[in-house]
Design a protein around this ligand. Structure first.
Ligand SMILES: O=C(O)COP(=O)(O)O
Ligand SMILES: [Mg+2]
Length: 249
């Protein structure tokens, strides 16, 4: 009896999350949110508070920030002005305070060198994500970049991941998603993609150990090494089993 194939066996492409996976963007969010709050006459909040609100896109972030001071009706009343101020301030400082996590470029390079195709799928609006990836010299790694406003649904909905698989022309089980939060893991599970998680990002204040994934990897370089090791194993098993194949009739 042969053992079931490992979820990473035969992976040909990877979908990489942005905030909390490649870049620590909370310092950018912190500056932009507090400038927005100042404009609205609200007190500054801490980076730690913001960290737990990041992950489900800009609209959710702004509603969460406003609900620290307002009830639901007042949140909706202030939403448009807050969003306008936030977008203006974020674009003015986008990338100035955010930093790359360790071994991000090394991990992406190792994946590419092994022939793994790359997409970036983020819940960040495309107008923020594209200049940020460019500024941090990460844009060149990706064949395609989808933002939180690229489709009618964002992660944890599987739609953006399914669109990336479609773009690659690959079945979801050959496309691994790598992210820092339950949004990435739930989207991947629903799309039928294997998923790896990193423990250093933002997971709404929850431990990444609570999130269902096919493995926790310390860095993107570790993710690349794990994916490549399973691919090589898969390859050598395929080669070994070749002579036993019954001849075609
Ligand atoms: O901007 C967000 O809310 C999170 O973005 P991410 O999907 O890149 O983590
Ligand atoms: Mg993330």
């Amino acid at each position: 009896m042969t053992a079931a194939a490992h979820p990473l066996a035969g992976v040909r492409a990877a979908i990489i999350d942005l905030d909390g996976t490649m870049l620590d963007t909370v310092p950018d969010f912190h500056v932009a949110i507090n400038r927005m709050r100042e404009e609205l006459g609200l007190e500054a909040i801490t980076a730690e508070q913001i960290k737990n609100m990041v992950g489900k896109g800009s609209e959710n972030l702004i509603r969460s920030v406003l609900s620290l001071d307002h009830d639901d009706a007042a949140v909706e009343q202030h939403f448009a002005a807050a969003m306008d101020a936030y977008q203006r301030h974020y674009l003015a400082i986008n990338g100035h305070h955010s930093t790359l996590y360790p071994d991000v470029a090394a991990g992406l390079t190792e994946l590419k060198d092994a022939g793994i195709r790359l997409a970036c799928v983020t819940n960040k609006p495309l107008a923020f994500a594209l200049p940020l990836l460019k500024l941090k010299e990460l844009d060149g790694y990706f064949e395609v970049i989808y933002g939180g406003d690229s489709f009618e649904k964002k992660k944890p909905d599987p739609l953006p991941l399914m669109k990336a698989c479609e773009y690659f022309g690959l079945p979801p089980h050959q496309v691994v998603a790598i992210g820092d939060s339950s949004n990435d893991a739930q989207a991947a599970r629903a799309a039928g993609c294997p998923v790896l998680t990193v423990p250093y990002g933002y997971n709404h204040g929850e431990s990444i150990h609570e999130t269902d994934s096919d493995g926790i990897v310390e860095t993107l370089l570790h993710a690349a090494q794990l994916i490549n090791a399973h691919n090589q194993q898969n390859q050598s098993q395929a080669n070994q089993s070749q002579p036993d194949q019954p001849a075609a009739t």
